[in-house]
Write a protein that binds this ligand. Sequence first.
Ligand SMILES: [Zn+2]
Length: 132
Amino acid sequence: MRKKPRNIPYDHDWQRLSKRFLRVHPMCMVRGCGRQAKHVDHIVTVRAAPHLRLAWSNLQALCRQHHSRLTHAYDRGRLCGACDVDGLPLDPAHPWAQLTQQEAIAAVNCKAPLDPYYAANLKRGWVRGEER
Ligand SMILES: [Zn+2]
């Protein structure tokens, strides 16, 4: 029987690094959260930037709730439910962000993926409580 292939992005090096990161950052880094951090999040996803998989500067410690919420909102190739303080969507490809009706219609019918670095910058800003 063949052995199941290892999950490369979450190998031994990752386990060691994430444990060390949580020792240095024991609390969720979302401003005002105050819960214990249980997860280490890749700000730019491993899929988008495999070379940043073990980069300390690409990591943030999060509680389970915020990790789940941020992954859903920012890491799936579209911004889902991520909005500014006025409730307007952050996704520049969202139909509401288009200048003309024709562009809005085109945006509705387009399934272009979001730039993962743009999403990562928004996610990082959200965690740090930066102005949106
Ligand atoms: Zn949190």
